[in-house]
Design a binder for this molecule. Structure first.
Ligand SMILES: [Zn+2]
Ligand SMILES: [Zn+2]
Length: 260
């Protein structure tokens, strides 16, 4: 089994126009769209962004006859404390094969909004990691913790600053990730657009030192041309840390495949 991209967006996300066909035309053995679910999303004037589940099922039904690709259902869950019960109830009646767990916003602003530039960067980072820790403690879904540095992207943190201020808390967070048998994602937007590869170079050995072994790569593509974006570069960083396998998640199954 070959590794496949486990972080992809289509027009079922509020911030993508991409079609399923554009991805499937790439002759993929397996395809999983992980569209955005964010309740009261500051990026959408506090509307609930929920990918249309009936539409997803219909699309899968239509495409099954046209492509040999195996289709899985995925979702990227942005979680704000206070929303856990509502999201869990939704997921009980809307089953998915793959749940990405993300922290994007705090009910007032998205951590990538300009407003964070006007605030104290340590306070913002603290707020962001507190939220991540609480969500990992209290929200039961999630196969993969995505882009762990999302909340730092506008704040230009060095690996050294991150270690100095947040290593104790990151250790607790990574222990929860390990306890829950979740994967730790290397995200292509973090590597390319936001130039945060040094933060991954720091967190990979920290996670390993605690026993963490489940790594995933995600392009976070919003257009099909970005499928597996920067995978060679991200795989190279993992190889530098002696990682030899990647993890694929499907329902209760975890499959380890060789590093691409
Ligand atoms: Zn995200
Ligand atoms: Zn995403």
């Amino acid at each position: 089994m070959q590794y496949y991209d486990q972080h992809l967006h289509t027009f079922l996300s509020f911030d993508s126009e991409e079609t399923f066909e554009a991805y499937l035309d790439k002759d993929l053995p397996i395809f999983v769209a992980t569209d955005h679910f964010d309740l009261q999303n500051p990026c959408s004037q506090f509307k609930d962004d929920i990918p249309n589940y009936d539409r997803l099922c219909q699309i899968h039904q239509d495409l099954t006859n046209k492509y040999p690709t195996k289709l899985l259902k995925g979702i990227e869950l942005g979680v704000v404390p206070g929303q856990q019960a509502q999201i869990e109830a939704y997921l009980q009646t809307h089953p998915y094969d793959l749940h990405l767990l993300s922290i994007h916003q705090n009910g007032r602003f998205d951590y990538m909004d300009d407003i964070v530039l006007t605030m104290d960067k340590l306070k913002i980072a603290q707020m962001y990691f507190d939220q991540m820790e609480l969500v990992l403690q209290t929200f039961k879904y999630g196969h993969i913790l995505t882009h762990f540095e999302y909340g730092l992207r506008r704040l230009s943190f060095s690996a050294e600053e991150l270690a100095n201020h947040f290593e104790t808390q990151l250790t607790r967070i990574l222990k929860l990730v390990i306890q829950r048998q979740m994967g730790l994602e290397l995200n292509a937007k973090s590597f390319g657009k936001y130039q945060n590869a040094p933060l991954y170079d720091y967190i990979i050995p920290l996670y390993q030192s605690l026993g963490g072994k489940l790594f995933t790569l995600g392009s976070d593509a919003h257009v099909a041309d970005d499928y597996q974006l920067l995978f060679p570069e991200m795989a190279q960083l993992l190889a530098k840390h002696q990682v030899k396998q990647l993890a694929l998640f499907e329902n209760t199954e975890i499959q380890l495949v060789s590093l691409i």
